[in-house]
Design a protein. Structure first.
Length: 469
């Protein structure tokens, strides 16, 4: 087995050149992590769906602001057939004094087109906070939906980042699997050659052992390839890319994020200022406070200015200038003045005020619950980063020790001082520790990403072109 093991050692040395660079497809899309996250925020249908709620809230806010002026301003028309006039032949009165002739009658046998136009206008002057409260509630409603949009953006960015790291991890594990396959192929060729030459250091048992190991390798490489395809497909679906486009991480091999962990209190303060759940609850509480003022305003009379005008016309009829005479089929009228409106059902008003206060209290409790939940999530994410960081450092040290062990066993074997079994164990342990190291890097990067999400700054950093500060 000595020549075989020497060959394996050479294949595992850096720079052996067995794993060639993957040829870039013509439709390969190379994206950095930041570019991937930015694209996900731009094209995510989940985020656009939530953003539509913000558009609705902004339109409702515009409607509330518009209600300050001409709360009621409407035009109504009516069109029908009206009677003409039957004027006696012996009439001696002018057309403006026909009301003095008792013989003048409506002529329904000679109908004419009848048209009526009516305008009504009401302008509130003092509402005891009803209009201003509705405007404040609508404005805070937009802040509620804006915070909901940010909450979805955090979710999309975190999910996309984890998919990107997953793709890098599966590529690293697939690369290790392919390196193992190259080693096995070279080892089989070498064993067959030595058997044909009659080398006493190898026998058929070595070949059978390699063949068994090869079957285990084939099962692992299929698993690695399929997991890699799943990760690539998941990221492509997240970015809404066509099936013909293949994503290739431009960051290169999976590596730990450059990140310096700050004290826990720093992240708790950042979360208090940036978490959308807290912002949403604060805005919701302010909106409910405004709605309490709106409900309370019904206790008081509201002053308004009212204007109404009417114009009617029927052909063949004549205007009568006497103020005591009116013709429903021909005439003009205009009324304007101040008025008060008061809801006298104070029992219903009191019930509505109590309902508004109960809803305000509900949101106040939700705000406190959101604060406590956010503090827990931040601390949990912070502790997980420390755990992942310790695991990564341990894996890195273990991998370094494994490489030293491998070099030592190789040197001893070259000098005929080593043990074959120890060298095999060193080779196997080195391969396994490389895989565990990449998994530790993935867990660390994911933990950092989740901490940024828990603090509520992930989407803000991505839009500024950075992941961590």
């Amino acid at each position: 087995m000595r020549p075989l093991l020497l060959l394996c050692m050479w294949l595992l040395m850096p720079g052996s050149g067995l794993l060639e660079a993957r040829a870039q497809s013509a439709d390969t899309l190379r994206l950095t992590l930041i570019q991937t996250l930015q694209r996900a925020l731009e094209v995510s249908p989940d985020l656009r769906a939530v953003a539509s709620r913000l558009d609705f809230a902004e339109a409702r806010y515009d409607q509330a602001r518009a209600s300050r002026f001409l709360t009621q301003f409407q035009l109504q028309t009516a069109h029908a057939l009206g009677p003409g006039l039957k004027i006696p032949e012996d009439n001696t009165f002018s057309t403006e004094a026909l009301y003095l002739n008792p013989e003048v009658r409506n002529d329904w046998r000679n109908v004419r087109p009848f048209n009526q136009l009516e305008i009504q206008l009401i302008q509130p002057l003092w509402t005891w906070g009803e209009l201003s409260g509705q405007i404040r509630a609508a404005r805070y409603g937009t802040e509620v939906e804006a915070a909901g949009t940010r909450q979805k953006a955090l979710e999309v960015a975190a999910r996309t980042g984890e998919l990107y790291f997953s793709l890098q991890l599966t590529e690293a594990l697939l690369r290790l699997a392919r390196e193992t396959g190259e080693i096995l192929d070279r080892a089989k060729e070498e064993v067959n050659r030595l058997l044909q030459e009659g080398d006493p250091t190898v026998d058929d048992a070595d070949l059978f052992q390699l063949r068994i190991t090869e079957q285990e390798y084939l099962q692992r490489v299929v698993e690695a390839e399929e997991r890699h395809r799943i990760a690539r497909s998941a990221l492509a679906r997240q970015l809404l890319l066509p099936d013909s486009v293949v994503i290739d991480p431009a960051e290169g091999p999976l590596a730990p994020l450059s990140f310096t962990l700050q004290p826990l209190e720093t992240y708790l303060e950042l979360a208090e200022a940036n978490r959308p759940e807290i912002q949403q609850a604060r805005a919701g509480l302010a909106a409910r406070e405004a709605l309490v003022d709106v409900a309370r305003s019904d206790y008081y009379p509201k002053l308004f200015l009212g204007i109404s005008g009417r114009w009617t016309y029927t052909a063949g009829r004549y205007r009568q200038p006497n103020p005591y005479i009116s013709d429903p089929y021909l005439g003009e009228s205009l009324r304007a003045g101040l008025g008060f409106r008061l809801n006298l059902n104070f029992g219903q008003t009191r019930a509505r005020v109590e309902q508004a206060r109960a809803q305000r209290n509900e949101v106040a409790y939700q705000l406190e619950a959101a604060r406590q939940l956010v503090r827990f999530e931040v601390e949990e994410a912070y502790r997980n980063v420390r755990i992942a960081q310790a695991a990564l450092e341990a894996r890195d040290r273990a991998l370094t020790i494994s490489k030293e062990w491998l070099r030592t066993e190789q040197i001893n074997f070259d000098l005929d001082l080593g043990d074959t079994e120890n060298l095999v164990r060193a080779v196997r342990e080195n391969l396994e520790l490389q895989a565990r190291y990449y998994e530790a890097v993935y867990n660390y990067n994911r933990a950092v990403l989740r901490l940024q999400r828990a603090v509520g700054v992930l989407d803000l950093n991505v839009r500024r072109g950075t992941l961590v500060e």
